[in-house]
Write a protein that binds this ligand. Structure first.
Ligand code: NAD
Length: 494
């Protein structure tokens, strides 16, 4: 059985607290996972602080840091098969999704390295400077010790999005993985070590709420970066306020997917299914509210039901599987709870709504693609489910679609389907969300920012905005004037 150890100050450590994690598809034991004690967590923060102030890390230039990021990317590619297998066994990802995750995480480190090579940590602002008076510079400096917390749905990608900017910026961190999915980050820790990253720069532990809370309240932590539910995100924001820790929050979503009457119907149908079914719907940006213009609704609905019946809910290793099990019984119960509530509320079930059973399927928790026709009053119109369930609402026109799309506390993502790109763009610009696709879904570009409006988060990951969220900016004023008579302050007190 695999052993998942703590990675503190460049060393792999065991502890006296451990548990056996199981494979979501088979329910069989997969790994022995060591949980950190409070002492381990404090030691990890101490290691991060020591590394932050170390000469080796502070004096390492950006080109060397970019080379480390590139080495990480290369080593991830070399170990891609192992990473894929571990991600499947740990998170229940199907093989197609797990392969994509390894590719995306490795690419992110590579793209970030490219950004870092070009990033100007010192910029003279010519428009603010005045010859004979002042030279004004912006100097970007690392924030310091970070505490980062990630969820279980995309374990490797989430770890990459957190660790990447720490290395690029010159910060240091303690990353806490979700207790459900600690395995791929443990391989990443080996890769970091092999890539020449100095000890203590990145420390990796796992655990649940108690371990997370203990980590965040350490006064040495200057920045908190959290990805998870909005409910926990709010608590974390309250805690971060006590010491004014810098904060990035990537939270939940209830993203709107709008199909206009001039859309390519078959593309929009497949896009709508991909939007809410990818990884069993356990993606923060899932398109879980589907708005379709009335004119095309009957034919769209018919095609959607037909295509939903063709999606293969399957075992993770089957290359034909579209999506596999949900992560665990707790998540299964949550999803089935929402399905039952919707039925009780009178929402119209168009397809699915049931567990997939029989043979190997009985070992995990698999749910059929589930389509409900709803009104904005229904619970599933408003609440994030994190399962393969979509809430469909026909709309009179694009104005109604926009109004209902924005009727949400969330604002993470969304999409518009239309053959008229100008029309689609004008709709996209009126939607309150951090990422909008036109005739596309789920695809992310590591060079572009990702994050939420409203209660979907605070700040952005990836892109230049993501890197800058790990940097403080210092205004450096260098006087260009030695003559006392020309200094505006000289008369002030003399
Ligand atoms: P969660 O909020 O329950 O847990 C997320 C992480 O926080 C886990 O590591 C957990 O151990 C830790 N945690 C829980 N309580 C804590 C506390 N009080 N203090 C400190 N840490 C604590 O979320 P989840 O169920 O693991 O993940 C699903 C959620 O994550 C969904 O809401 C989803 O939308 C969101 N998510 C958002 C993004 C994004 O980029 N916006 C990406 C992935 C997932």
């Amino acid at each position: 059985m695999r052993e998942i150890k703590l990675f503190i100050n460049g060393e792999f450590q065991t502890s006296s607290k451990d548990f056996i994690s199981s494979n979501p598809a088979t329910n069989e034991p997969f790994a022995k996972v060591y949980l950190p004690s409070e002492k381990h967590i404090d030691a990890a923060v101490d290691a991060a602080e020591e590394a932050f102030h170390s000469h080796e890390w502070r004096s390492m230039d950006q080109i060397k840091r970019a080379e480390i990021l590139e080495a990480i990317s290369e080593k991830m590619k070399e170990r891609r098969n192992e990473l894929t297998e571990v991600e499947i066994a740990d998170s229940g990802s199907c093989v197609r999704k797990a392969k994509a995750d390894v590719h995306n995480a490795a690419s992110y480190f590579k793209v970030l390295a490219g950004q870092l090579r070009k990033f100007q940590f010192e910029v003279k602002d010519e428009s603010a400077s005045r010859a004979g008076f002042s030279n004004n510079f912006k100097i970007y400096e690392p924030v310091g010790v970070c505490a980062q917390i990630i969820p279980w749905n995309f374990p490797l990608v989430m770890a990459a999005w957190k660790i990447g900017p720490v290395i690029a910026s010159g910060c240091t961190t303690v990353l806490k993985t979700a207790q459900e999915t600690p395995a791929s980050a443990a391989i990443l820790a080996e890769i970091l070590k092999d890539s020449g990253l100095p000890k203590g720069v990145v420390n990796i532990i796992t655990g649940g709420a108690a371990e997370g809370e203990h980590l965040l309240k350490n006064p040495k932590v200057r920045k908190v970066a959290f990805t998870g539910s909005t409910h926990v995100g709010k608590k974390i924001m309250e805690g971060a306020g006590k010491n004014l820790q810098r904060l990035s929050l990537e939270l939940g979503g209830k993203s709107a997917n709008i199909v206009l009457d001039d859309a390519d119907l078959s593309l929009a149908v497949d896009g709508a299914l991909y939007a809410f079914l990818y990884h069993s719907g356990q993606a923060c940006d899932s398109g879980t509210r589907l708005f379709v213009e009335e004119k095309i609704y009957p034919s769209f609905k018919e095609a959607l039901i037909k295509r939903a019946s063709e999606v293969k809910v399957g075992l993770p290793h089957d290359p034909a599987t579209g999506y596999g099990p949900v992560i665990n019984k707790k998540q299964f119960d949550t999803i089935m709870g929402y399905i039952n509530t919707s039925k009780k509320e009178g929402a119209k079930l168009l397809f699915g709504g049931e567990r997939v059973t029989g043979g190997e399927f009985d070992k995990g928790y698999y749910i059929k693609p589930t389509l409900f026709e709803v009104t904005p009053e229904n619970t599933i119109f408003n609440e994030e489910i994190f399962g393969p369930v979509v809430a469909i609402t026909p709309v009179k026109n694009e104005d109604e679609a926009i109004k209902l799309a924005n009727k949400s506390v969330y604002g993470l993502a969304g999409a518009v389907w239309s053959k008229n790109s100008e029309r689609a763009k004008s709709v996209a610009k009126r939607l309150e969300a951090g990422t909008i696709w036109i005739n596309e879904y789920h695809l992310l570009n590591p060079g572009m920012p990702f994050g939420g409006y409203k209660q979907s988060g605070l700040g952005r990951e990836m892109g230049e905005e993501g890197l800058k969220s790990y940097l403080e900016v210092k205004h450096l004023w260098i006087s260009d004037c030695d003559e006392r008579s020309k200094k505006p302050w000289f008369d002030a007190i003399f």
